[in-house]
Design a protein around this ligand. Structure first.
Ligand code: PMP
Length: 409
């Protein structure tokens, strides 16, 4: 069956602008309409089965069609399908989830703010830190450090933190003060003859130079994915995070771990920051938080940030930030059940064990003439394909795969 003759596909082509899709190619090729999912598989309208190797967008931790998540959503839908959390309102699932997240994440994170997406969460991080610094009278401390090829979302602030050309060019971004440091990917950004340790030292020196040039009193935060994911699955070089953490402490810069993909076991450890052994002041969580069955993200932050924000909001009467769906009861109820399943089934331990097999298996491709590098941690991996191993030249075939994934930006 030609999928273009399918009426759903025709309506889709006629009506929808797809995210991260070449619109003109879509008019010709149409969508792949997925009809249902089960475990690690999804099925199209004709019943054809696909292995969902990316787990959606790195998000379906417990697999598709988990009945317990369906029941959790249904129960909450029947009891209280919606309520907000503005102006002192609250409901049990969001309270219980905040308690759980504070318990699960490493100290010193004690406070939670909810959004519906990773992008909104990173916008919240920017605004929270700006607000805190205004409250503390540090009105110049507003700039962020991020990395080339980092991915933090696509809204105006989070898209500015993202360090990928397609997210900036033609969107007039960055729109907030952000400096993108060298991407910490040794294979691509290491200099000829440089060791991995020298590479780390060079990146740390670069970061310190930028801080000193701009003035530490102007730098509010450093944001990074512990293991860079959407920009190309790039684990950091040895010692990188310890060095960045030391710089943040030295110059009073908040360290933000964007764990939207890394969090809840993707790397075979609970969180990316735990995996690489550093302590963030702010952690951003989403995706595997609900297995993406419901849109939800959470910003975890320290008591110190909370106290400054709370003092100021008491002074002016309110903290003027929040979303209609912040802490949505159905989303937070699903998250609680999802986290219970992750714990009961030891999915983080499983990711560690299966991740070892995955990484070892993929390492076998390293000798292939078109594989430049095999890399990853736990259940996230990348093979970098090159046309020439010696020069590391990439293929530039200009091909546009129909099933373009987010990693192919
Ligand atoms: N941060 C990271 C690390 C991400 O990978 C993503 C999405 N892939 C985001 C933020 C943005 O999340 P969302 O798409 O939910 O806005």
């Amino acid at each position: 069956m030609n999928h273009l003759s399918n009426s759903l596909a025709a309506v889709d082509i006629a009506t929808t602008l797809h995210p991260y899709t070449d619109a003109r190619a879509h008019e010709v090729n149409g969508p792949l309409v997925i009809a249902r999912g089960e475990g690690v598989h999804v099925y199209d309208q004709a019943g054809k089965e696909y292995i969902e190797g990316l787990a959606g967008l790195w998000s379906v931790a417990v697999g598709f069609s988990e009945p317990r998540l369906v029941q959790a959503a249904r129960r909450q839908m029947e009891q209280l399908p919606y309520y907000h959390s503005f102006a002192h309102k609250a409901h049990e699932p969001s309270i219980r989830l905040a308690e759980k997240l504070v318990e699960m994440t490493p100290a010193p994170l004690t406070r939670v703010f909810y959004t519906s997406s990773g992008s909104e969460a990173n916008d919240t991080v920017v605004k929270l830190i700006w607000y805190m610094n205004n409250a503390l009278g540090r009105t110049k401390k507003k700039k962020f450090l991020a990395r080339i090829k980092g991915y933090h979302g696509i809204t105006v602030a989070s898209g500015s933190l993202t360090g990928l050309p397609n997210n900036h060019r033609d969107f007039d971004l960055p729109a907030i003060p952000v400096h993108h440091l060298t991407c910490p990917h040794f294979y691509r950004f290491g200099a000829e003859g440089e060791s991995e340790n020298d590479f780390t030292a060079r990146l740390l020196a670069e970061a310190e130079d930028v801080i000193l040039r701009e003035g530490p009193e102007t730098i509010a935060g450093f944001i990074g994915e512990p293991l860079m994911a959407a920009g190309g699955v790039m684990p950091p070089p040895a010692g990188y995070w310890q060095g960045i953490e030391a710089l943040c402490r030295k110059y009073d810069i908040l360290l933000i771990a964007d764990e939207v993909i890394n969090g809840f076991g993707r790397l075979g450890s609970s969180f990316g920051a735990v995996h690489y052994g550093f302590t963030p002041d702010v952690m951003v969580l989403s995706k595997q938080l609900t297995s993406s069955y419901m849109p939800l993200a959470a910003v975890l932050f320290t008591e110190e940030i909370y106290q400054a924000v709370a003092d100021n909001s008491a002074r002016i009467g309110t903290f003027g930030h929040g979303f209609t769906a912040s802490g949505h009861p159905v989303a937070t109820a699903v998250a609680l059940e999802n986290l219970a399943i992750i714990e009961e089934r030891d999915l983080i331990g499983n990711a560690h064990r299966m991740g070892k097999l995955l990484q070892e298996g993929l390492a076998g491709f390293a000798d292939h003439p078109f594989v430049g590098e095999v890399r990853g941690a736990g259940l996230i991996a990348g093979l970098e394909l090159v046309a020439d191993k010696q020069s590391r030249r990439t293929f530039s075939c200009g091909c546009r795969p129909h099933l373009q994934g987010i990693s192919e930006r």
